[in-house]
Design a protein around this ligand. Structure first.
Ligand code: PGA
Length: 249
């Protein structure tokens, strides 16, 4: 059986009380799977305290959805990656499509963030993916490849995960077919190997974009799909855990 990484991107959802309730229900079921699989959480930064309290005891990994490229300073409204680390965060999303497209984050900025995460020993989950227009005009591979190379080009290998999230599948209910996902994942693997040689084999590649219990099994059956980054379906503990149980059926 494949080890599955089940990652939750909560975006701007939930209060501390919601998070406590979620975790109580989720953890009561998760423990039977936690020795073989991994659960990663990306809650809003304001819920970090709640995760911080649980993380050690429950062997949970969590991290920021966004942070600034410097650890501290005059950056009103931003999150500090080193403070997140102090609070037990060991992961960070970088380059989620909402950061790229809603907040206008450039490849340049994303690489700076990536280098800070590397320096602090935080595992980044670098998100890549094409828009519908790019897919329709046959630019899927080129887009994903350039996002990958702009972020990782010139770096030595380090502890990292990739999330392939086609922008047209995020929050739309439209999921990539297993074949569509598989061919992009295979291309990402090839690019990782070009960049980092055999170390490129070790980087987990997650799929994200309308993952649900009903489509998880066919996706995880694909060779280079190592887990999922889940938005909407991660907000309910039962649905979220079902993505795992369906994947390993
Ligand atoms: P979705 O979001 O599962 O709601 O499509 C995925 C994501 O944005 O990471």
């Amino acid at each position: 059986m494949k080890k599955v990484i089940l990652a939750a991107n909560w975006k701007l959802h939930k209060s501390p009380m919601d998070a406590e309730e979620f975790l109580a229900e989720f953890l009561s079921q998760w423990l039977q799977y936690s020795s073989e699989h991994e659960a990663w959480f990306f809650p809003p930064a304001m819920l970090f305290e709640t995760f911080s309290k649980k993380a050690k005891a429950e062997n949970l990994r969590f991290g920021l959805q966004n942070f600034w490229k410097e650890e501290s300073g005059a950056f009103t409204g931003e999150n500090s990656l080193s403070v997140a680390k102090e609070m037990g965060g060991s992961l960070a999303l970088i380059g989620h499509s909402e950061r790229r497209h809603v907040f206008g984050e450039s490849d340049n900025l994303l690489q700076e963030k990536l280098l800070l995460a590397k320096e602090l020993g935080i595992k980044p989950v670098l998100c890549v993916g094409e828009t519908l227009e790019q897919r329709k005009s046959g630019q899927t591979f080129e887009t994903v490849r350039s996002q990958l190379i702009n972020a990782l080009g010139g770096t030595e290998s380090f502890d990292l995960a990739i999330a392939y999230e086609p922008v047209w599948a995020i929050g739309t209910g439209e999921v990539a077919t297993p074949e569509q996902a598989a061919e992009v994942h295979a291309d990402i693997r090839g690019n990782l190997k070009n960049l980092w040689q055999e170390q490129g084999e070790k980087v987990p590649i997650l799929y994200g974009g309308s993952v649900k219990p009903g489509n998880a099994k066919d996706l995880i059956a694909q060779d280079q799909i190592d887990g999922f980054l889940v938005g909407g379906a991660s907000l309910d503990p039962q649905t979220f855990i079902e993505i795992l149980t369906e994947s390993i059926k």
